[in-house]
Structure formats: structure tokens, C-alpha cells
Design a protein around this ligand. Structure first.
Ligand code: NAD
Length: 274
């Protein structure tokens, strides 16, 4: 399968589309992951806190796709922050996933009030040295938290996974970290499904003969983002990957860029406690 990849500053690459599996129980995750891999996806995004790493691992095995051909991401949960705690959490994740490495390990939230994200980052640096994580990054690191990691360790994350969709485009954060070669990855890329009813998106979709979900996913790709739409419905999993036979026009892009809003965030601000 040829599909677009983005290059990390550590020399590795990531497939631009992945399957998100938040709120997917183990047994459902097995089928969703198998369906996605058979449809051509080569990237899965899970987390310890999703409690489905075992199902994800099983889905990979039953798919018949070789482990080395799959890009697998998991994340250390807030309760496990701290140097030793994170090393232990990684071993538990690998055990559940049934593999001896992940392609990307992320700090799930800064959870700054705990005062542990720098120690957690030092553990990720160790895990990369040991080969248990091929690449290391962060999630929900808004504000200046990435600068703190750089100041204290000299090591920059390869990626920052943040909430990003047409109504919340994170332009400031991207302008700040893209010059440092940090890739931005969009979580809730469809606005948790809420963007699919938008009339601007619907009009563009109709003109291209594609679905609203496909238009939004295509927009993330053309923006140079990594995108991890979630679905457990086989037809939608297939649909969300079928975005390589059309391109947005300049007018389409301008219209979608115009949907950005300061009030577009869904849920809690990562600068607050979590
Ligand atoms: P999303 O924006 O991907 O929306 C998913 C929902 O959209 C689905 O539940 C379904 O209702 C609908 N949908 C998907 N495809 C569709 C289609 N083709 N047609 C019609 N409806 C469709 O929402 P999400 O699950 O919040 O985000 C995706 C992934 O991002 C998660 O699964 C997870 O892996 C990741 N994530 C990470 C964080 C984080 O803190 N790092 C937070 C939230 C989500």
C-alpha cells in the first residue's frame, strides 16, 4: 500500500493516517484493528488508559500483517508519571500489546500540577535508548511545556498530539513548534463526529462526491498533520482511509480554514489540572 508518511527529526517516519481506538473495549478493538489493517491502515493509536491494549495486540496478530510493517503508538497515563513509574508502565503496556517495542510512546497529558513531566520525559529518553520505544513524543503539551522539556533535557519530542479539527485548528501552537521540526498530530480530527454536520463541509463533500468525514480527513492530510479518526464500524473504517483519489481546491481549503474558532475546543484545556 502506498500512503503518505511524514518524517520525524529522529530519522523515522509515520504513516499520516492511523486508526484511533479511544472508547473501544478490548473485544471491539480486535475487530476494528483487524478491519483497519486489512483496509490498508498501517498505524494504530491506543493508550494505557483506553484499557484496550490487549485487544489492539490481538487485532494485529489476527490481521496477518507483520508487526514490523505496523506503526503502533501508546501513551503513559497521568497516574504513572515519574521516572520509575513510567519505565514500569511501559513494560506493562508492552506485555498487554504482546510486542517488545512500540513505534511511538507519548506522555498522554502534561498534568503539570504533579510536577513530574520532566522526569517522565527522562524515562522516555531511556526507553528510546533501550529500543522499547522507537520514537518518543508528547500529547496535549500546549503553552510552553515543550520548551521546558528542551531546556531540561535538550531532547525535543518528535510529535505533539493535540485536539485539532476544522473548528479548532491550533494555528499558534503549530507556528511555534513546526520550525523546531515537531510534527503535529490531530486528535478528535472529526470533532468527535460533531464536524460532520457542518454545512461548509457538506457543500465541499457534495462537489467532490465524497463524504464529510473524507473531506475533513483529506484536509488534515493536506495540512501536513497526522490524523487518527476513530470508528468501530467496518464501512466507516474503510471510508476514512479512502481519501487518496481527490484533492481539495484552494477555495475548499480557504473555506475550511475559515471555520477556525477560539471557542472551538471540545472538553478540558490541557493547561488546567488533569
Ligand atoms: P473523532 O474526531 O475521530 O470522531 C469519532 C466519531 O466520529 C466516531 O465515534 C463516529 O461517531 C464518528 N465517525 C467516524 N467516522 C465516521 C464516518 N466515516 N461517518 C460518520 N461518522 C463517523 O473522535 P475521537 O475518537 O475523539 O478522536 C480520535 C482518536 O484520537 C481517538 O480514538 C484517540 O485515539 C485519539 N485521542 C487522543 C486524545 C489525547 O488526549 N491524546 C484525546 C482524544 C482522542
Amino acid at each position: 500500500t502506498t500512503q503518505p508518511h511524514l518524517s520525524f527529526h529522529d530519522g523515522r517516519t509515520i504513516p499520516q493516517i492511523g486508526l484511533g481506538v479511544w472508547q473501544t473495549p478490548d473485544d471491539v478493538a480486535v475487530t476494528a484493528v483487524e478491519t483497519a489493517l486489512k483496509a490498508g491502515y498501517r498505524h494504530i493509536d491506543t493508550a494505557a488508559v483506553y484499557q484496550n491494549e490487549q485487544g489492539v495486540g490481538e487485532g494485529i496478530k489476527v490481521s496477518g500483517v507483520r508487526r514490523e510493517d505496523i506503526f503502533l503508538t501508546t501513551k503513559v497515563w497521568n497516574d504513572d508519571q515519574g521516572f520509575d513509574e513510567t519505565l514500569r508502565a511501559m513494560d506493562q503496556s508492552l506485555e498487554r500489546l504482546g510486542t517488545d517495542y512500540v513505534d511511538l510512546y507519548l506522555i498522554h497529558w502534561p498534568s503539570a500540577y504533579r510536577g513530574k513531566f520532566v522526569d517522565t520525559w527522562k524515562a522516555l529518553i531511556r526507553l528510546k535508548d533501550e529500543g522499547k520505544a522507537r520514537s518518543i513524543g508528547v500529547s496535549n503539551f500546549e503553552g510552553s511545556y515543550i520548551d521546558k522539556l528542551e531546556a531540561e533535557t535538550g531532547v525535543l519530542p518528535v510529535i505533539n498530539q493535540v485536539q485539532l479539527h476544522p473548528r479548532f485548528q491550533q494555528r499558534q501552537l503549530r507556528a511555534r513548534y513546526e520550525p523546531k521540526k515537531i510534527i503535529t498530530e490531530s486528535w478528535s480530527p472529526l470533532g468527535q463526529g460533531k464536524m460532520l454536520e457542518d454545512p461548509t463541509i457538506a457543500g465541499i463533500a457534495q462537489r467532490h462526491g465524497k463524504s464529510a468525514a473524507q473531506v475533513i480527513i483529506r484536509w488534515h492530510i493536506e495540512e501536513g498533520l497526522v490524523v487518527i479518526p476513530k470508528s468501530v464500524t467496518p464501512s466507516r473504517i474503510v471510508e476514512n482511509f479512502d481519501v487518496f483519489d481527490f484533492a481539495l481546491t484552494e477555495e475548499d481549503k480557504a473555506a475550511i480554514n475559515g471555520l477556525d474558532s477560539a471557542e472551538g475546543r471540545i472538553g478540558s484545556d490541557p493547561l488546567m489540572a488533569k
